[in-house]
Design a binder for this molecule. Structure first.
Ligand code: BG6
Length: 476
């Protein structure tokens, strides 16, 4: 058989802070993602090296309006339905539900907003896939508690999960606890609300925060299964295997070490215990993680039901310091692979790398996978007649879908679905730009914040509609 399974979840993915806007509407509280500006200060702020805990007049903050999905979601979901989406992955903004983060009761207006979004999906037979935390942390939890460096965050997060699990228990089945949990290591402020103080051992802070997130994720999984045993809870990794630059054993070893930096999180979430290589690394690096006596059992007993991940590219590493020609990638740069083309942003294009990554993850975890992000960020041109010919995006997606099908049909990887990133144009997480577009749907807004916000269909819209209608059989 060489077909994808019936019921395969084709769809698209977005995140609240990159598309919703309405950042102070409906009782929503300020979050870390609201103070990460566009422009040259974006990276230092996202890394937690430049402290910004409130907005100022000198910066532009793209999340404040984004594409204003807060007011356009009905129109947007209708367009997703027109493409035939079976599934829509979106995130709930934590600070819409708990504006400060430490309140006892949730904000009804926030819950009602998401209920309406979910109902809109269900109206068209679209299965919601909800990311509980896509980078956002209520600002009050950062200034008052130090965000995920504090154990108290576990309780606040679980309370938030309970509120949404209970409210949506009969409407939502698929949940992801943390988007790209490994981003915490690379963008500690944007990914987890962490501010690293001068002179602090950054790894100590990050791995303590990681532990707190891992326990929170396991406890959320526990509560989820108690509230509705039918819930499917997933973890989420910024994936992409690391290749060795040569067959020199030192290069191969280095690539293994690099992959373990990422696998570490999923090893805990999926296998239920800290891997030995991580425990040894903590010892070597003098990292002392404060754990509660019950933590090991919590992690062991509450592993995830499926493994989701984003894939944009493979990575490349070398043990030889002379090999240093780099190119951009998802958040962090990687060595340039001479066999690969790259996007306008320098992200290398490697469809076979998706098949390699899927096989590596499935071999390691033996649980169903879900590709919840993949896509090409590119500049689109709107022609005078309003059409947008994005054949480069179609080419990228076509080749990745072929590789994904090979992993399923030839290699036997279990795959629940495919939700390409930014199915509607949205703000880039890495750069804060609008012109880095991923969508099948064009949104009239530029980097200066100007535009009518009007939505229009790109050529890829009709193409993807046919892909879904044929369950991935017609790709041309
Ligand atoms: C992932 C994130 O890192 O990649 C998304 O989960 C992000 O939030 C996506 O938008 C693409 O990255 P970028 O920097 O092109 O927006």
């Amino acid at each position: 058989m060489s077909r994808l399974p019936e019921g395969f979840l084709w769809g698209g993915a977005t995140a609240a802070n990159q598309c919703e806007g309405g950042y102070l509407e409906g009782g929503r509280g300020l979050a870390n993602v609201d103070v990460v500006p566009a422009g040259k200060d974006r990276f230092p702020v996202a890394e937690g090296k430049m402290v910004m805990t409130e907005c100022d007049d000198a910066h532009v903050y793209p999340s404040h309006e984004a594409i204003d999905m807060y007011h356009h979601y009905k129109e947007d979901i209708k367009l997703f339905a027109e493409m035939g989406f079976k599934c829509y992955r979106f995130s709930i903004a934590w600070s819409r539900i708990f504006p400060m983060g430490d309140e006892a009761e949730p904000n009804e207006e926030g819950l009602a907003f998401y209920e309406s979004m979910i109902d809109e999906c269900l109206k068209y037979g679209i299965e919601p896939l909800i990311t509980i935390c896509h980078f956002d942390v209520p600002m009050h939890l950062i200034t008052e508690y130090g965000s995920w460096r504090s154990r108290k965050m576990v309780d606040f997060y679980v309370r938030y999960c309970e509120a949404i699990f209970t409210r949506f228990k009969d409407k939502v089945k698929y949940w992801l606890t943390f988007n790209e949990i490994n981003m915490l290591l690379h963008l500690p402020f944007m990914g987890a609300g962490l501010l690293i103080k001068e002179g602090e051992n950054a790894d100590q802070v990050k791995y303590q925060a990681a532990h707190n997130e891992l326990v929170a994720s396991a406890l959320a999984t526990k509560r989820a299964h108690e509230i509705n045993p039918g819930f499917m809870i997933g973890c989420m990794l910024a994936a992409g295997n690391t290749y060795a630059n040569t067959c020199a054993p030192q290069d191969v070893w280095k690539s293994m070490e690099k992959d373990r930096e990422n696998y570490f999180f999923i090893d805990v979430q999926s296998r239920g215990a800290y891997p030995n290589y991580a425990l040894k690394m903590f010892e070597r690096e003098n990292i002392n993680i404060q754990m509660e006596p019950q933590d090991a059992q919590i992690l062991k007993e509450n592993t995830v039901d499926f493994i989701s991940f984003s894939y944009y590219s493979s990575r490349l590493t070398s043990a030889d310091p002379q090999v240093s020609q780099k190119t951009e990638g998802n958040v962090f740069a990687t060595l340039k692979n001479p066999y690969l083309e790259a996007s306008e942003w320098g992200w290398q294009i490697d469809p076979l790398g998706l098949r390699i990554t899927m096989n590596a993850m499935y071999d390691r975890y033996q649980k169903p996978l879900f590709i919840v992000e993949n896509g090409l960020g590119a500049v689109d041109t709107k022609e005078e007649d309003g059409s947008i010919h994005d054949e480069y995006r179609i080419a990228y997606l076509r080749e990745h879908i072929k590789a994904m099908k090979d992993a399923v049909n030839i290699d036997g990887v279990e795959l629940l679905g495919y939700t390409p990133w930014g199915c509607i144009d949205l703000v880039s997480a890495g750069t804060g730009e609008m012109r880095k577009r991923y969508g099948f749907i064009y949104v009239d807004k530029d980097d200066e914040g100007k535009g009518t916000l009007e939505r229009s269909r790109k050529d890829s819209f009709e193409w993807y509609k046919r892909v879904i209608a044929t369950n991935g059989e017609e790709l041309d």
